[in-house]
Design a protein around this ligand. Sequence first.
Ligand code: BTN
Length: 264
Amino acid sequence: MNFPDGNKIITEDLYDALGCRKVIFLKRVRSTNIVAKNLARKGCSAAVISAVQTAGKGSHGRRWESDADKGLYMSLATCGIREGGVTRCSSVAAVVAVFRSVRRVSGLCTEIKWPNDLMVGGRKLCGILSEAMWGDEGLEYLITGIGINVNQNKSDLPDSIREIATSIFIESGKTCDMHTLAYDLIRTFDGIICESETEGAEGVMKEYISNCRTVGKEISVSDGGKEIFRGRAEGIGAGGSLIVRSAGVLTQEFDFGEVTNREI
Ligand code: BTN
């Protein structure tokens, strides 16, 4: 595989619940998701981490601000997962893994905003971009792109997100070791995938629901910047969908969309 010129590649092997995962550290890349996808297509399970992303992808076609060394930009390429478990709700597994790791490594307690954001005090700390590739034989691979604001000061955050984003450093006042966080997160994610293959996804789903602050709130759901539904978030469906009830009568289930809290 060709990496951009000047990129320093460090590769380590990590053995955990899922077996062997290549951990690849890069200096600079357009998006770690692109590198992870190329590896997954060759059947390689890997964690791709870059100090900088020049075209980091966010959800809803947005850009993910990825400045040098201040955030964790990591994509997990996961191959050979057995059908069942969290294969149909892998972003639930990812957000629960980040929730646990951030708490374990930094002591910070976060809240989940449906579908897969982690928030502190209403500000976004982490976003996840998941993709599953299904073929004739079932699930071929998962790509799980995770962006965590780690050691940014408030002034490091770009103007466009300064009022809506936060970081582990801003919230805890302590610098967080990125390497420790990344390794803890990979092991946690792989542990959840592995456990769910044998025991099903109920446990991780329960943990997701009990830490999801969207449930029970008056919300509006939008798609492409346009409001498509308003109501009360009643619960989470089996695959991670959001169940919303409008005017106490009509119930609708959403697999996608962006949610805004309408309660002050
Ligand atoms: C979101 O907007 O909430 C999702 C953000 C996902 C960002 C991460 S950073 C690592 C990986 N590479 C990308 O280009 N995007 C994801």
